[in-house]
Design a protein around this ligand. Structure first.
Ligand code: CTP
Length: 410
C-alpha cells in the first residue's frame, strides 16, 4: 500500500475495545501505519482478551498503551501523565471497534480506564465505529448513547449488516478496513484547503445503448476520476461524483450520481455545476451514439450490420456556455486522450473548451493509463504553462490536480 498524503505523519490514537471485531483493528493499524500515520494504540482490558498488545506493537512499531496506572517512562508512555501526553499531539481519536460498554462510558463521561480518560482530554475529532453482536446495537440504550455522542460533535460510523459470530444476523458488524480508512480521511481532511467548496468530478466511459442488451463504450475504467474525487474529499471539499463507471467504491464523503449515457451525464453535470467551485471532466464521454435505440434485441441476419451513429453533445462546450452566463463553475478542468501530437492537440482542446487546466494522457502508453493504477500526464494551463508528471499513481496525480485547483481558487 502506498502512503496517503493526507495521513503522512498524522497522529492517530486507535482505541480498541473488547469485541470479536478487534481482529479487524489489527489490519487497520497495519494499513494506517503503511499509509504514513503514526498510531498510538490504546487497548481496553477486555480488548486484551481478544488481541495481544504485542501484535499492535509489532505492526505500528510503537509502544501500545493499556494501563492507566503505569504512567512513566518505564511503560513507554509519552508523558508522566499518560492520557494528557497522548491527547495533546493527536489529530484523531478513533475508537474501533467500540463496544456498548465503551460507548456508554464515552457518552456519560466516565473516566475509569486509559481510553475513556483520554477521550475526555482530547481536542481533536472523535471518530467512533460501534460493533456488537445480536440486537445490542438497536437497543434504546445504545442508540441513545450514540445520539448523545453525535450531538456533542463525535463522528459515528454506521455498523454494517451481516452475520455475527453468534450466528445471528443484524446490524452491528465493524466495516472493513477500506471503509474505515475512508471515514478517517473524511474526518481528518474536513477542514482542508477546499472546505466549503463544491467540486464536481466526472468519471468512467459512458455507455450508449444499441438495444436492450448491447451498448457502445470505451476502455475508461473511471479510476483516475475516482482518485481525483478522493483527493478532493481529502482536501475537505463537498464532492459530487458523476460516474458511469462500474464496480469502483465511492470515496466516503462523496455523493455519487450514477449515469450511463453522454446525455444523462450532460444533464447531471449542468445541474450540479450551477453552484460549484470547480468541474473536473475526467470521464471518457462518447462522441457518437447509435441514431436509434432498438426496443427489441437486434437479431442476426445478414453477414454485416450497419449501425448509423450520430454525434453526442459536447459536455464541456455546454459548460463553457453556462459558465459565460452564470460564472459557474468557477474553474473548469478537462482531460485529453491523445494517441499522437499530445501537447498540440491538448492545447487546442484547452483553448476551444475554455478550460483553466487540461490533463493530457498519451493513450498509447502500455504501462499507464486505461485500467492501470498508474498514469503519466502533461498538465497544461491557460497561461501556456506545461508540467510533465512522470509515471506515478493515479492517487498522486489526483492530489496534484486538486492542489492546482486550490491554487486557482485562491
Ligand atoms: N468531453 C465532453 N463531451 C464530449 C466529449 C468529451 O465534455 N462529448 C470532454 C472529456 O470529458 C474531456 C475532454 O472533453 O475532458 C476531451 O475529451 P477527448 O475525448 O480527449 O476529446 P474530444 O473533445 O472528444 O475530441 P476528439 O475525440 O476529437 O479528440
Amino acid at each position: 500500500m502506498e502512503t496517503i498524503a493526507l495521513l503522512r505523519d498524522k497522529r492517530v490514537i486507535l482505541g480498541v475495545c473488547g469485541s470479536i471485531a478487534a481482529y479487524k483493528a489489527v489490519d487497520l493499524a497495519s494499513k494506517l501505519t503503511q499509509a504514513g500515520a503514526q498510531i498510538d494504540v490504546v487497548l481496553t482490558a477486555a480488548a486484551q482478551r481478544f488481541v495481544s498488545p504485542l501484535t499492535f506493537q509489532a505492526l505500528s512499531g510503537r509502544p501500545v498503551y493499556s494501563d492507566l496506572w503505569s504512567a512513566g517512562s518505564a511503560s513507554g508512555l509519552p508523558s508522566h501523565i499518560a492520557h494528557i501526553g497522548l491527547a495533546e499531539e493527536a489529530d484523531l481519536l478513533l475508537v474501533a471497534p467500540a463496544t456498548a460498554n465503551t460507548l456508554a462510558k464515552l457518552a456519560h463521561g466516565f473516566a475509569d480506564d486509559l481510553l475513556s480518560i483520554t477521550a475526555l482530554a482530547i481536542s481533536c475529532p472523535l471518530l467512533i465505529a460501534p460493533a456488537m453482536d445480536g440486537n445490542m446495537y438497536d437497543s434504546p440504550a445504545v442508540q441513545d448513547n450514540c445520539e448523545t455522542l453525535r450531538r456533542r460533535g463525535a463522528h459515528l460510523i454506521e455498523p454494517e449488516e451481516g452475520r455475527f459470530a453468534s450466528g445471528m444476523v443484524g446490524t452491528g458488524r465493524l466495516p472493513e478496513t477500506e471503509t474505515l480508512l475512508g471515514h478517517i480521511r473524511r474526518v481528518i481532511g474536513r477542514d482542508g484547503e477546499l472546505a466549503s467548496h463544491k467540486l464536481v468530478v466526472t468519471a468512467g466511459g459512458t455507455r450508449e445503448s444499441i438495444d436492450p442488451v448491447r451498448f457502445i463504450t470505451n476502455r475508461s475504467t473511471g479510476k483516475q476520476g475516482y482518485a481525483i474525487a478522493q483527493a478532493a474529499v481529502d482536501a475537505g471539499a463537498d464532492v459530487v461524483l458523476i460516474s458511469s463507471a462500474a464496480g469502483l467504491p465511492t470515496p466516503i464523503g462523496a455523493t455519487l450520481v450514477a449515469v450511463d449515457s453522454a446525455e444523462s451525464m450532460r444533464e447531471a453535470v449542468l445541474a450540479n455545476v450551477a453552484d460549484s467551485s470547480a468541474l473536473i471532466m475526467a470521464a471518457a464521454v462518447a462522441d457518437y451514439r447509435p441514431q436509434t435505440v432498438s426496443e427489441q434485441k437486434i437479431k442476426k441476419s445478414d453477414d454485416s450490420l450497419n449501425l448509423p451513429l450520430t454525434r453526442t453533445a459536447d459536455i464541456l462546450m455546454a459548460v463553457k456556455a453556462q459558465r459565460a452566463r452564470t460564472g459557474y463553475p468557477m474553474i473548469a478542468v478537462g482531460f485529453a486522450a491523445e494517441s499522437e501530437n499530445l501537447v498540440e492537440n491538448a492545447s487546442d482542446k484547452l483553448q476551444s473548451k475554455g478550460l483553466d487546466l487540461l490533463i493530457a494522457n498519451d493513450i498509447t502508453a502500455t504501462d499507464a493509463g486505461f485500467a492501470a493504477d498508474a498514469n503519466r500526464v502533461v498538465v497544461l494551463d491557460m497561461d501556456g504553462g506545461l508540467h510533465h508528471i512522470d509515471r506515478t499513481s493515479k492517487a498522486e496525480i489526483g492530489a496534484y490536480i486538486i492542489e492546482r485547483i486550490g491554487g486557482l481558487l485562491d
